[in-house]
Write a protein that binds this ligand. Sequence first.
Ligand code: TNX
Length: 488
Amino acid sequence: MPQIALVPRPRSVEVLDAAPFVLDQATTVVVEPRPELIQVAVLAADLLGRVGDQAVQVRYRDAGERGVVMLRIDDQLDGGDEAYRLVVRADRVDLEARSIAGLVHGIITLRQLLTTDRQRVTSAPAVRVEDAPRYAWRGLSIDVARHFFRVDDLKVVIGLMAHYKLNVLHLHLTDDQGWRLQIPSRPNLTRLSAASAVDGDPGGFYSSSDFTTLVHYAAARGVRVVPEIDVPGHVNAALHAYGELTPSGEPTDEYTGIEVGFSRLHADLPATTPFLQDVFADVAAVSPDAYIHIGGDEVLTMDPDEYAALVATASAAVRATGRQVVGWQEIAHTPLAPGTIVQFWDPRPDPAPFVAAAKAGAKFLMSPGSKAYLDMKYDRDTKLGLEWAGHIELRDSYDWEPTTVIEGLPPESVIGVEAAVWTETLRDLPELLSMLLPRLAAVAEVAWTAAELRDWDDFRARVASQSPMWERLGLAYHASPQVDWEHA
Ligand code: TNX
């Protein structure tokens, strides 16, 4: 076992010639008494307390005593907004960061350094870690529409995301099978279309206050929430709730299958534009993030002009709320406002239009199906999951380079990496986790760690030390044969 096994791998780790820091009754988290610092200190104390199995206090004064874990904001630190520096010595820990997000990253690094021995002593080796991410957008997209996942399930996932320094939770909130977010101006969306899910399984939805709870829980852990309302296709749940969105004026039937591409909005119906405006305004009212995702994928039954018109209407509705647009790669075939993010998922089409969109100012978020789609089976024996993008074993999800996925794309147009998990076959949290773990850790390292520091054999050895924590927390994972897993 390597003594220091951090995931994702930091920019630099220097082992210091000193005794380890022991977590014990003397351990206290110290911060200046400012509200946002107190919140992060309380989280740190809670986390350290759970790891060491004893309460850790928060104090507001560093009297230089043994056991202090000092958290400080330092605007001078190199490496950008999320950079942090962590120095662990026998008598104290000093963590500095430019931002709260950086402090959260450093606390997680400290948590990953802590191990508990047979005598139940929890300690971290003396080290100096300097670290900062490669990409600012390190996401996980979860489809809560095909199957619904409760706020408590998502809290577990957010905890894991923070543990691997992922910072964007993208929620695919609507699809043919169900509508999962309360929209006060269109109450039928959740009244009539939230109870359904794939195969007749139970549905559900997030009320405005559930959504706010989620946003706050995530924010405290350095994670933003980006809501997706998928239009102009994947809209059967909307058509089932509001017949005025269909040419006949009649609502469609509920849909619980897993075909894609059959449902669509109609640009020439008078109800369509007000629907898009009201829905995106209501989303913006509960979502503080700077981005809203408009979907835009797989509309197989619409001519390109009507598709472009509907994407433009949805984008304008989002931009009217002061937010920026994210959309699946198909939107790259339409005129885009500068700063729009195109989420790349299907490597099959011709790269030329994407290169052209990038040159015109679009930014790219990389979620190539054959690497980052964590609903793909690991191998032919995997019980859950789909296969359209192939099998993705752990190494496949690790060994790829975001800037070369689209041939000819200027590397600076790539702003991040996002894993995605679609839930046609995943009904509950254990099933979801069995697809995320261990691959989420691999994609997180693709997003965080500089290309020149990434190496499969090195990752393979480090990720082996993650399984004891998953086992202790009772989190389901795929024991990939590519790794010699450690056990709790
Ligand atoms: C493609 S990715 C889809 C989803 C499916 C997924 C299954 C994308 C933008 N569309 O509708 O759930 O494949 O892997």
